[in-house]
Design a protein around this ligand. Structure first.
Ligand code: TXA
Ligand code: MG
Length: 321
């Protein structure tokens, strides 16, 4: 069983050795405001291959390239639309990934052979410090999917990364602990290659926010059949996820705090706001698994904005592993 190095004190020295480790072709799991990422130098094929092996993910799934600032867009993308620039200005660093036409720097091994590349500037001091330190030694971007095994729930703490992936790490690999992720669901993914922005995955940056900044009508992928390989199918715990049903004896239960817990039901979370719901959802699902519950009943949150992102993940989780 291999073990990565677990680093809780993210000092400047720790960041520069993590950056050096990335440059040397190793993996570094790092915190972001959405979920934890599993990072490698986006320009090194062998390093990126380690991400796929560690996650158990099919190699034709594209990875998001994380950059330290907007300045990195031009390195990885060509013919970037004006509205994409407007979005980057408004929401980076933040929970938003822009899909742009790739430059020659974005190789097939990171784009999954697609002609586009996904770019994101995360809003977390540790992620930004790592990206800055890596850039100083010539690493232009860090490719990183969520730091979970393929199809599982994304990790929102360093401890959850360790539980998911430790046995697949090499001793040179590193987990940076930056505390629990503040947002808790993955970034909004926006396809910026067409005349209008198109939401591929809902997140904390909402349709209304995008329309306000760009002045353009946004289309979304909610009701489309997803192209195989373009987005992951599920974010599922071991337990069966049942949506909007009355929990029975021995079931786990996640619902807003104003919903009572029936007798004999194990309450896993009682968020008081949509933001709190997003922030604690994945940890609550993991909690249900660690208690070996066979079923978790979840009341979907009402509303638009972040509630749409939560319901998107819940519906995939309900489809199972
Ligand atoms: O919040 C997030 O986005 C987190 C943190 C770590 O940044 N990352 C994340 O990555 O969720 P991942 O790989 O678990 O999910 C990214 C999704 C994948 O479903 C992938 O197919 C899609 O983004 N994606 C990446 N590049 C793409 C592209 N060029 N075209 C279409 N979809 C793309
Ligand atoms: Mg993922």
């Amino acid at each position: 069983m291999s073990t990565g190095q677990f680093v809780s004190r993210c000092t400047a020295d720790a960041m520069s050795s993590a950056a050096t480790s990335i440059k040397d072709g190793n993996l570094v799991a790092f915190p972001t405001e959405t979920v934890y990422g599993l990072g490698a130098d986006a320009s090194q094929e062998k390093a990126v291959a380690k991400i796929y092996a560690t996650k158990g993910r099919p190699a034709d799934h594209p990875l998001i390239v994380h950059i330290s600032s907007m300045g990195g867009i031009g390195y990885w993308a060509d013919e970037v639309s004006d509205y994409a620039i407007a979005l980057a200005r408004a929401f980076w660093p933040g929970p938003m990934t822009l899909i742009c036409k790739r430059s020659t720097a974005a190789k097939d091994f990171v784009t999954g052979g697609q002609e586009t590349v996904g770019l994101r500037v995360p809003d977390h001091v540790v992620a930004l410090a790592l990206l800055d330190a890596a850039k100083e030694i010539g690493v232009h971007g860090i490719a990183a999917p969520s730091a979970n095994r393929f199809g599982h729930v994304s990790p929102t703490t360093a401890e959850a990364v360790r539980e998911e992936l430790d046995q697949y790490f090499s001793p040179q690999d590193i987990i940076l602990d930056g505390g629990p992720s503040r947002v808790g669901v993955e970034s909004t993914i926006i396809d910026c290659t067409g005349n209008n922005p198109h939401i591929l995955r809902p997140g904390a940056i909402t349709q209304a926010m995008i329309e306000e900044v760009t002045g353009l009508k946004v289309t979304d992928a909610q009701n489309e059949i997803r192209v195989s390989g373009s987005l992951e199918n599920h974010y599922a715990p071991q337990a069966i996820v049942a949506l909007d049903t009355t929990p029975q004896l021995g079931d786990g239960y996640i619902a807003m705090s104003n919903r009572p817990t029936p007798a004999g039901v194990i309450r896993l979370a009682s968020p008081q706001s949509i933001e709190e719901y997003a922030r604690i959802l994945y940890a609550s699902l993991r909690d249900g698994d660690s208690q070996k519950l066979s079923r978790i009943c979840i009341d979907q949150p009402q509303g638009d904005g972040l509630a749409i992102a939560i319901c998107d993940r819940l519906q995939r989780a309900a489809r199972g592993r």
